[in-house]
Design a protein around this ligand. Structure first.
Ligand SMILES: *[C@@H]1O[C@H](CO)[C@@H](O)[C@H](O)[C@H]1NC(C)=O
Length: 151
């Protein structure tokens, strides 16, 4: 009986105290991971999907503050899940684009620069830039609650 209790207890602890896969950080209802192996925007999105998530969407200002803090630690610009297609921007996870944090003069909407990265530099801390999708950059994955595999 005791081992039944402890095994169920550890299941509960894993699910409620740490609802994220091992190398992800938990923030509100979601899990985030900064990957510092440069990849194109498409490769990055595929890598996040393979882990059950997407490139990070940023829904609100407190997500922005958190994600910007993580990206700044990595010291390199990082892809987020925003992409322009046919003139409008969408998040890869399907979340509506309510909130944006473009850098000064951005988005430039230059042809072929439809993928959005977040600045890690202090001067442009956390603001967004539309850049070329085939550049290799760090990236940040997000797994939304209810989509983590172990629970
Ligand atoms: C924004 O992206 C463009 C195009 O990739 C680049 O030329 C520019 O330097 C970037 N802005 C900053 C502040 O890094």
């Amino acid at each position: 009986f005791l081992s039944f209790v402890t095994s169920n207890l550890s299941f509960l602890l894993v699910c409620f105290a740490h609802p994220c896969p091992a190398d992800y950080i938990s923030w509100y209802e979601n899990c985030y991971k900064l990957v510092e192996e440069p990849a194109t925007w498409d490769e990055a999105q595929t890598a996040c999907e393979e882990q059950g998530g997407n490139l990070a969407s940023i829904d609100m200002s407190y997500d922005q503050a958190f994600v910007a803090g993580v990206v700044l630690q990595g010291k390199a610009d990082a892809w987020i899940g925003l992409r322009r297609k046919d003139g409008s921007y969408t998040w890869t996870d399907g979340w509506p684009v309510f909130f944006t944090q473009w850098g000064p003069g951005e988005p430039s909407n230059i042809k072929d620069e439809g993928c959005v990265s977040m600045h890690a530099s202090i001067w442009f801390h956390g603001t967004w830039n539309d850049t070329k999708c085939d550049q290799a950059k760090s990236y940040i994955c997000k797994i939304s609650s209810g989509k983590t595999k172990q629970c």
